[in-house]
Ligand binder design. Sequence first.
Ligand SMILES: Cc1ncc(COP(=O)(O)O)c(C=O)c1O
Length: 341
Amino acid sequence: MQVDFRSDTVTQPTEAMKDFMYNAPLGDDVFGEDPSISELEMETANRFNHEAGLFCPSGTMTNQIALAVHTRPREEVICHKNSHIYLYEGGGPAFLSSVSLRLLEGDMGRISAEAVEENINPENVHFPRTRLVSLENTMNKGGGSCYDLEEIKKIRSITQKHGLFLHLDGARVFNACLAKGYSTQDLGKEFDSISICFSKGLGAPVGSVLVGSRAFIHEARRVRKVLGGGMRQGGILASAALYALNHHVDRLADDHRRAKEMEATLKNCSWIQSIYPVETNIIIFEVMAPQNGAGIIEQLAALGIRCAGFGKMHVRFVYHLDVSEEQHQFAMNVIQNFQPQ
Ligand SMILES: Cc1ncc(COP(=O)(O)O)c(C=O)c1O
């Protein structure tokens, strides 16, 4: 048996999803005529208490469009030093928006309201003007950690006090809502924009939606066009996301439960130094020397378990739609009996 824990992006569309895609009504979305894209955009915006949505091929594109619309060149964006927008989007903020990033420390990838306020630049020609705060929820590099709604509200009141915009990289926002027990509506209304991915735990092959006000999305649509993200009969893809939205949100609870069970199993392993607290579907652990991440990954792969490295000593497991209960039990059994060479 093989289990692929490398990422929740490795899922294959289900047969039911493919049937839905096959039958999706389509049109030219650059003319605003694709009913499937329009439905996905509206449905996603409604769920997060926003006026409008924009379907894009990737979460990188939705994040970078948000930055480009909220900021002007030479301004500054506050985010955690391990944010996806900083580490894994190819230098997009510098290249596409000509902004600097103010990188904050913070527990498990979360930044605090106090730290945000301390890092807003005063009005002075020496400093870039602070314009935007960007949060990530769940936080990938924080091991799928989530924000409390209270902390987000505190950050929101600081951004409002200083006239800043607040963006959410919500690649796994449904996981955060489930784990923390807040609704997408309550979370959504705290942000000026949210990027929501359908190709992670929700299991669609492609696609993210950016939500915000009507005026914000109008501008975002212009930036998407420049980036080449205006698609024609893209409803064939949007329909997969629509299917995921209606069928794959509740099942995220299975991923969370299995991740907790795997965490308990890993805690008994003598070759593991430490494990980040598991809150959602991501598990990150530190391997104990003289082992290292690459060595453990190679040995586990030989036993049928594929996982990913996160730096020299860290390894990541991610639960998702294509890890069945049977595969989960198999993987826990392999881990229980595993003795690294
Ligand atoms: C937290 C986070 N944000 C954004 C993205 C970007 O998504 P995409 O791969 O669709 O560009 C990812 C991708 O893994 C992610 O984990």
